[in-house]
Design a protein around this ligand. Structure first.
Ligand code: MD3
Ligand code: FE
Length: 206
C-alpha cells in the first residue's frame, strides 16, 4: 500500500523461514568486534534503540569505516546477498524503473526493547538518493511517517509487524519519520525474538 508518493508498505513480505534466517544473521552481526552498541548524540542524549552497522559505520551524523564511537574495530562487511534482497525489495515495491543507481552498501540494524523509541528525524547522511529499504522483525511497533518540512504533523501512523517491508524512495526519501512506540510481547512466537529489530538498507554514494 502506498502511504505517500514513493513510500510503499508491503505487509508480510518475508516468510517465516526468511525471517528466522535474517534474525540469525542479525544475531551474528550483533557480536563484537564492531557489534551492537548504544549510540550517544553530541547533545548528551542516548538513543534507546541499540545499533549495529554493516558496510559503513553510522555515528551522529556521519559515516566511517570503523566503529569510531564503539570499540574502534573495522565495520563488518556488507554481504552481497543482502544487497540482492534490497534490489528485489525496491523492484517489487516501486517497480523495475525505481532501481537504485549504485549497489546497496550500508545496513543499519536497530534493536528495540519494549521501552525503546526513535524520535522524529530525517536520514540525510547518505550522498545518494536511492530508495531506503526497511525490514522489520519481532514485536509490532507504531511507525510514524511525517512530511519533508517539519518534525510535527501532518503525519501518518502505520503499524509495522514482523516480516513487513517498507520502501522509501522519491520525495519520501527525505521525510521525517520515527518510532513512537513498540508493543512488547507481540512478536510471532515461532520467531524466538523478545523485542523488535529493524534492518535498513541504503546506498552511501561514498
Ligand atoms: C524514511 N529506523 O534507521 S524504519 C533509521 O524502525 C530509522 O528502526 C526506524 O528510522 C526503525 O533511520 C524506522 C523506517 C524508515 C527507515 C529509513 C527511512 C523510514 C525511512 C529513511 C528515509 C525515509
Ligand atoms: Fe531513519
Amino acid at each position: 500500500a502506498q502511504v505517500a508518493p514513493g513510500a510503499v508498505h508491503v505487509p508480510d513480505w518475508l516468510d517465516a523461514e526468511r525471517q528466522r534466517d535474517l534474525l540469525a544473521a542479525c544475531r551474528e552481526w550483533a557480536r563484537p568486534p564492531a557489534g551492537l552498541r548504544t549510540v550517544r548524540t553530541p547533545g548528551g542524549g542516548t538513543m534507546t534503540a541499540r545499533q549495529v552497522c554493516l558496510g559503513w559505520h553510522w555515528h551522529p551524523y556521519a559515516y566511517a569505516r570503523t566503529a569510531v564511537d564503539g570499540d574502534g574495530a573495522p565495520v563488518k562487511p556488507f554481504p552481497a546477498w543482502l544487497g540482492e534482497l534490497g534490489r528485489r525489495a525496491v523492484a517489487e515495491a516501486l517497480g523495475p524503473r525505481a532501481a537504485p543507481t549504485g549497489p546497496y552498501d550500508i545496513a543499519l540494524i536497530n534493536f528495540y526493547d519494549g521501552d525503546a523509541r526513535m524520535g522524529m528525524h530525517r536520514d540525510s547522511d547518505e550522498r545518494a538518493d536511492a530508495p531506503v529499504v526497511s525490514l522489520s522483525l519481532g514485536d509490532r511497533c507504531v511507525f510514524r511517517f511525517g512530511n519533508t518540512r517539519t518534525r510535527t504533523a501532518p503525519y501518518t501512523d502505520v503499524e509495522l509487524r514482523s516480516g513487513d517491508l517498507f520502501v522509501f524512495g522519491g520525495p519520501s526519501r527525505l521525510a521525517y519519520h520515527g518510532v513512537p512506540r513498540v508493543h512488547p510481547g507481540t512478536a510471532p512466537p515461532w520467531l524466538g525474538l523478545a523485542g523488535r529489530l529493524n534492518i535498513t538498507l541504503r546506498v552511501s554514494g561514498l
